[in-house]
Design a protein around this ligand. Sequence first.
Ligand code: 5GP
Ligand code: MG
Ligand code: MG
Length: 178
Amino acid sequence: MTTFHEKDVGVLISEEAVQARVKELGAEITRDYQGKELTLICVLKGSAFFAIDLARAIDLPLTLEFLGVSSYHGGTESTGEVRITTDVSKPMAGKHLLIIEDIIDTGLTMSFLLENLRARHPASVKICSLLEKPARAKTKVNIDYKGFVIEDKFVVGYGLDYGEKYRNLPFIGIWKHV
Ligand code: 5GP
Ligand code: MG
Ligand code: MG
């Protein structure tokens, strides 16, 4: 039996490895936020799968918010021109925010998000990213909770898309055609 993705996508990080790392991150976050009111900010659409699994791995009474962003891409690269397409549903003042991202590539999207959320006077803001691609960083972003560091390859799966497809693969895959 072949599956729909096989000629286009190869496995980089298996489903088992992803799930094991999500559980570790969840345990770490659980320890760090004891006694605090935690708000997870799921950045749509890429971090949706990760954020939902992570939320279930955190043993705290947390709040889940969704924030939609679109970044303008000049060619294949993000330019840092980011727009909020769907905002969170509540004021963020006084909350302990944890921004959940799929991948930090140039870092420009996260820099925008940090600045935007800090302006709302939360109690704290931290970053959790499933993946980091340090080779392409254009601005320094300190990632508080990091799943995996990867090489400069285009990846899909577990929320990450190519032309809006492949988000539903349960593993992190490498796109074979670039
Ligand atoms: P940044 O602003 O850090 O350059 O871009 C972050 C966004 O670019 C991510 O949230 C993601 O949507 C997209 N991106 C960056 N690298 C990859 C990749 O390897 N695969 C996919 N599917 N999206 C990526
Ligand atoms: Mg993203
Ligand atoms: Mg995308």
